[in-house]
Write a protein that binds this ligand. Structure first.
Ligand SMILES: *[C@@H]1O[C@H](CO)[C@@H](O)[C@H](O)[C@H]1NC(C)=O
Ligand SMILES: *[C@@H]1O[C@H](CO)[C@@H](O)[C@H](O)[C@H]1NC(C)=O
Ligand SMILES: *[C@@H]1O[C@H](CO)[C@@H](O)[C@H](O)[C@H]1NC(C)=O
Ligand SMILES: *[C@@H]1O[C@H](CO)[C@@H](O)[C@H](O)[C@H]1NC(C)=O
Ligand SMILES: *[C@@H]1O[C@H](CO)[C@@H](O)[C@H](O)[C@H]1NC(C)=O
Length: 193
């Protein structure tokens, strides 16, 4: 390079280096922001597809983090769904949309004391961060899916007061963090070990 080791030349090089570094950070964080926006849009779609908020979305809030029963983290990802005793009807397996697996940050799902029927969908097993799952006091039937055994962070599992039958899956035994398990008032057989 013609400028050799002159101070001006070094200053120019340092300046270019700094500019490139800053640019890189900006591009990276812009990418992050768009990833977050996309993820939160998928979560919003999942909520809309469930139909559970049909009559509950205040006309002036487009931000689903502000909807009844929803809590989000600082990145706008849903951590909590609490719609207990909210007169929700229909088949859980149909109303829990396929996108439920996209709620990666969901820690608490409480749909207790509603009129949900049908079966517990195996997709529930993709909610890997779930610590509380309460589907008690509904009309769910069919069996308890063994995929519940994938919810390794689960502390509270309440499926009581439904019409579940069959055998309690032995995978529930691998839930090491479980502090509260309620399966009573169903037609379940014991765990076969
Ligand atoms: C992008 O997000 C990841 C985690 O989601 C974080 O570790 C990383 O520091 C972020 N990068 C920028 C440039 O904000
Ligand atoms: C939405 O409208 C209700 C009344 O219709 C009002 O109480 C509430 O503050 C409004 N929320 C926002 C975010 O504007
Ligand atoms: C669930 O309940 C609805 C009425 O709310 C009924 O139409 C539907 O057939 C029921 N499904 C099952 C599997 O029981
Ligand atoms: C659940 O109940 C409905 C309505 O009684 C019935 O049609 C359906 O076969 C039941 N499903 C299972 C898996 O037991
Ligand atoms: C659960 O109940 C349904 C409807 O009564 C029955 O058809 C099915 O065989 C039962 N399943 C088990 C595993 O007991």
């Amino acid at each position: 390079m013609a400028c050799g080791f002159s101070n001006t030349c070094r200053a120019v090089i340092v300046f270019i280096w700094a500019a490139l570094t800053l640019l890189k950070v900006h591009v990276a964080s812009a990418t992050n922001i768009s990833i977050h926006v996309a993820a939160s849009e998928i979560e919003r779609q999942a909520l809309l597809n469930s139909g559970w908020w049909k009559d509950r979305i205040p006309h002036n809030t487009s931000d689903h983090c502000g909807w009844v029963g929803i809590t989000c983290d600082y990145e706008g990802r849903i951590t909590d769904i609490g719609l207990q005793n909210s007169n929700i009807k229909g088949e859980l397996g149909r109303t829990i949309p396929k996108e439920i697996g996209s709620l990666r940050n969901l820690e608490s799902l409480d749909l207790s004391s509603n009129n949900l029927n049908g079966t517990i969908p195996k997709e529930i097993g993709s909610l890997r961060n779930l610590e509380l799952l309460d589907l008690s006091s509904n009309n769910l039937n069919g069996t308890v899916p063994k995929e519940i055994g994938s919810l390794r962070n689960l502390k509270v599992l309440d499926l009581g007061s439904n019409n579940l039958n069959g055998t309690i899956p032995k995978e529930i035994g691998s839930l090491r963090n479980l502090e509260w398990l309620e399966l009573s008032s169903n037609n379940l057989n014991d765990i076969v070990l």
